[in-house]
Write a protein that binds this ligand. Structure first.
Ligand SMILES: NC(=O)c1ccc[n+]([C@@H]2O[C@H](COP(=O)([O-])OP(=O)(O)OC[C@H]3O[C@@H](n4cnc5c(N)ncnc54)[C@H](OP(=O)(O)O)[C@@H]3O)[C@@H](O)[C@H]2O)c1
Length: 339
């Protein structure tokens, strides 16, 4: 049963409760959202997916090709920056999975490129949810909104859902993506409280695993940049990793499990890039990998992230080794990498 859920193919169990239920996924063409759409269709839901341009084949063909899409997937145009843009897609939905948000790490104008879409965009979506009397909104936040608070992170420290990133610190260190996720979550909780709208907030760490979409997204590109011979060094940094299939399923469980509540960290394991390179080299001895640490400083320490709460939803986390293998095989299959 666990394996079936991991594969997202638990149609029989899901369909008994899902048949006839309509849910919405924002930013449906994105990396994580495409998997949420796939698993929802597999479970029997009818899905309203929002994309910025329903006429763009790069953003839509892989969704329209999913099993069940012909009958149960409807795509809508919607932009986070346009007030009321999500009304039509969300109308009639029991749950909204709000995944749309820009994911960029090189930024010239943080407000225009990231913050407006993340913060005002989230509020636009939540206003549409309130209007439509949506029962629960599952929001894709990030571990970025959890860990950036100046608290020491060492191998004995266990990060959990009580940690919050500090906006002033993000700003001081010009961590604009981290700030966008932190402020968006803050705004969402305030809206939820002021408007009695039920939200559950998911905090995945760096997400990798197989791609459904034809284009490369920022987090999978991190793996590509390690294996494509473009650098002799790896970053002196440690952070978490998790499989996109687990992230998608966790979102759905956060809707389906009535007692789901609050925030959920989704991290299979925290490793330093040195360890990551070792894992890849063991599985793919022919890949030419970075062989030295970027800055020559002492290795950035690892830390732990509690999986108790996410496992309490019934989620299981695919081991990092398998996730890395799936990522590299997917990059090969999609033509981004040749061995
Ligand atoms: N990947 C990770 O490692 C990771 C980790 C933690 C959290 N997250 C969060 O997960 C969510 C999805 O990220 P992803 O990794 O799947 O990235 P992605 O593939 O780049 O997807 C981002 C989605 O947001 C949409 N979007 C951006 N700006 C928009 C706007 N103004 N109006 C409407 N849609 C807009 C994009 O639409 P277009 O396709 O039209 O560009 C795209 O569908 C984000 O909230 C991200 O912060 C990601």
């Amino acid at each position: 049963m666990a394996e079936k859920q991991q594969q997202g193919s638990n149609v029989e169990e899901g369909s008994s409760t899902a048949a006839g239920k309509v849910v919405c996924v924002t930013g449906a063409s994105g990396y994580i959202a495409s998997w949420i759409v796939k698993l929802l269709l597999d479970r029997g839901y009818t899905v309203h997916g929002t994309v910025r341009d329903t006429a763009d084949p790069n953003k839509t063909l892989h969704l329209r090709a999913l099993d069940g899409a012909n009958d149960r997937l409807q795509l809508f145009n919607a932009n986070l920056l346009e007030e009321g843009s999500f009304d039509a897609a969300i109308d009639g939905c029991e749950c909204v999975f709000h995944a749309a948000s820009p994911v960029f790490f090189t930024i010239k104008d943080p407000k225009a490129e990231l913050l407006d879409s993340a913060v005002s965009g989230t509020l636009n979506v939540l206003r549409s949810c309130k209007k439509a009397s949506v029962k629960r909104v599952v929001i894709t936040s990030s571990m970025a909104a959890v860990t950036f608070n100046g608290r020491p992170r060492t191998p004995d420290v266990i990060v959990d859902e009580t940690w919050f990133s500090v906006p002033e610190l993000c700003e001081k260190h010009q961590q604009w993506y981290v700030l966008s996720k932190t402020l968006a979550e803050e705004a969402a909780w305030k809206f939820s409280k002021d408007n009695e709208l039920e939200i559950v907030v998911m905090h995945p760490t760096m997400v990798i695993g197989p791609l459904l979409q034809p284009t490369l997204n920022a987090s999978v590109e991190v793996i590509l940049n390690l294996i494509n011979g473009s650098s002799s060094t790896y970053p002196n940094f440690a952070h978490g990793w998790v499989n996109v299939k687990d992230v998608a399923l966790a979102h759905i469980l956060a809707y389906e499990v009535p007692s789901a509540d609050g925030r959920y960290c989704i991290v299979e394991r925290v490793v330093h890039y040195l360890e990551l390179v070792k894992i890849i080299s063991k599985m793919y001895p022919n890949i030419s990998l970075p062989y030295k640490c970027g800055d020559g400083e002492p290795l950035f320490p690892t830390y732990q992230v509690s999986t108790d709460k996410i496992r309490s939803l019934g989620a299981e986390l695919i081991p990092l080794e398998k996730t890395i293998k799936e990522t590299i095989e997917s990059l090969k299959e999609k033509g981004f990498f040749a061995l």
